[in-house]
Design a protein around this ligand. Structure first.
Ligand code: HEM
Length: 419
């Protein structure tokens, strides 16, 4: 079975037309601007917005553009009278905002630690067991909220296990997810308002985990053991807690978003059944399928940088201290790089999407995220269920960058035969 593409120059059989789903997402705006201009100055927010793939890639690699806001460069923010665990202080202690001299080495160590854990059987077993449990409970229902009943519990449990946090039950994990969303919101420049209190609450959870771990004799194979042993991350209690929150947030928000928006993409395009059949018949397609989902539904829609000096790219001139928003989402559908950009095309090679960023801050969890998504989608397709749309409208979180779906209902049809 072939799903026709709306793209006139499209000839591939393995394509799913995603045009019809674009309108459903209120978070897809940079894509429109991308078709008009490769960059523009957003006068409302006083920032540059870059949408062309070539420029986004170039700027991600340009060390004159830094993730640390300028007020942090002179250390002035440290002298402000702020409570030691205030959101401002904690968020600024995370890897993303480390000084350049420490950042590269710290990110390299973290990537090595995550990749080491990725090879361990324990993490894979946990992933398999948890996904299978959730799928078994979904298979008994007629409808389900894919976010609240699947993507959220799964991504939080995996993030907690990776970090080495021990939890009582799913309700506690869901609470941690809400608290840690405040951390992600604040980091991505979104005013989380009263929810900021969640950063304090989650700090207590992390502080307790550190205390308990220090009292234990053995060192389990997890990221808390790594962070505690790393002089760069364990330089202060604040820094430890900040980076525990960062890993938890960075890992759970993005994975939850990739899973739920990926499922929504297939369901809304009426492609669940077709894609399932294709992938069960050709399991080697799974990795390119996940890459295409990451490209067309980029979970981290943009990253922000500040110019540490005047920077020019041909006729684009960015002044020292100016903020630059690099739209990963727009770059990922740039027609200059991706033919028929809104079609998921499994044979797309190379697929040079920038969903995981690039350069100094390139996502250290990319390998893990890819493996998780491939495994979860494989189990979903093997579960012999067909997901179809309902007339219940999806609900989105407010944060325009990391927000994503907070509720998405599907109807579940059992296909009867377990493949
Ligand atoms: C689909 C899943 C994921 C996506 C799309 C994603 C995306 C990204 C992006 C775009 C950045 C770059 C931020 C910037 O340049 O400002 C980033 C950084 C980061 N990600 Fe991920 N990520 C994912 C999963 C994960 C996981 C599973 C972990 C942890 C296990 C993780 C940990 C981090 C950390 C710690 C950073 C900061 C790196 C630094 O500043 O050096 N991410 N991620």
């Amino acid at each position: 079975m072939e799903i026709p593409s709306s793209c006139p120059s499209h000839h591939q059989g393995n394509a799913v037309d995603l045009q019809q789903t674009q309108v459903l997402s209120p978070h897809r705006c940079s894509q429109t601007s991308q078709h008009e201009e490769p960059w523009f100055f957003d006068t409302l927010h006083k920032q540059w917005v870059i949408t062309a793939h070539v420029l986004v890639k170039q700027m991600l690699l340009d060390t004159r553009l830094q993730a640390r806001p300028p007020e942090q460069h002179d250390g002035a923010w440290l002298s402000r009278q702020q409570a030691p665990y205030s959101p401002q202080v904690l968020v600024r202690e995370q890897l993303l905002f480390f000084e350049a001299s420490e950042q590269e080495e710290a990110a390299r160590q973290l990537r090595r630690a995550i990749n080491g854990l990725l090879k361990s059987n324990t993490l894979q077993q946990q992933l398999l067991a948890r996904t299978s449990d959730l799928l078994a409970s979904l298979a008994t229902q007629e409808h389900c909220d894919i976010v609240q009943q699947f993507a959220l519990p799964l991504s939080t449990q995996l993030s907690a296990a990776l970090l080495g946090l021990e939890w009582k039950d799913d309700a506690e994990l869901v609470q941690w997810a809400a608290w840690s969303n405040a951390f992600g919101d604040y980091t991505s420049g979104y005013d989380a308002g009263a929810a900021l209190a969640g950063i304090f609450q989650f700090s207590r959870v992390c502080a307790h985990a550190i205390k308990v771990r220090r009292e234990r004799k053995e060192s389990p194979h997890d990221l808390l053991t790594f962070l505690l042993a790393s002089p760069l991350f364990a330089r202060s209690e604040q820094r430890l807690i900040a980076n525990m929150q960062m890993v938890f947030a960075a890992s759970h928000i993005t994975t939850e978003k990739a899973l739920s928006s990926g499922i929504q993409q297939l369901v809304e395009a009426g492609a669940w059944h077709h894609v399932r059949e294709e992938i069960l018949a050709h399991p080697a397609l799974l990795s390119s399928f996940v890459e295409e989902l990451l490209r067309v539904r980029t979970p981290t829609r943009y990253v922000a940088r500040w110019a540490t000096e005047d920077v020019s790219y041909e006729d684009l001139h960015i002044g020292r201290g100016q903020r630059v928003v690099l739209s990963l989402e727009a770059a990922n559908v740039d027609p200059a790089v991706f033919a028929c950009p809104m079609d998921t095309e499994w044979s797309r090679r190379p697929n040079s999407h920038v969903a995981f960023g690039a350069g100094l801050h390139a996502c250290p969890g990319a390998g893990l995220a890819r493996q998780e998504l491939q495994l979860i989608f494989r189990l979903l397709f093997q579960a012999a269920v067909d997901f179809q749309p309902t007339d219940i409208a999806p609900i989105y979180r407010d944060n325009p960058n990391l927000g994503g779906l907070s509720s998405y209902y599907v109807t579940i049809h059992s296909l009867g035969v377990n493949k």
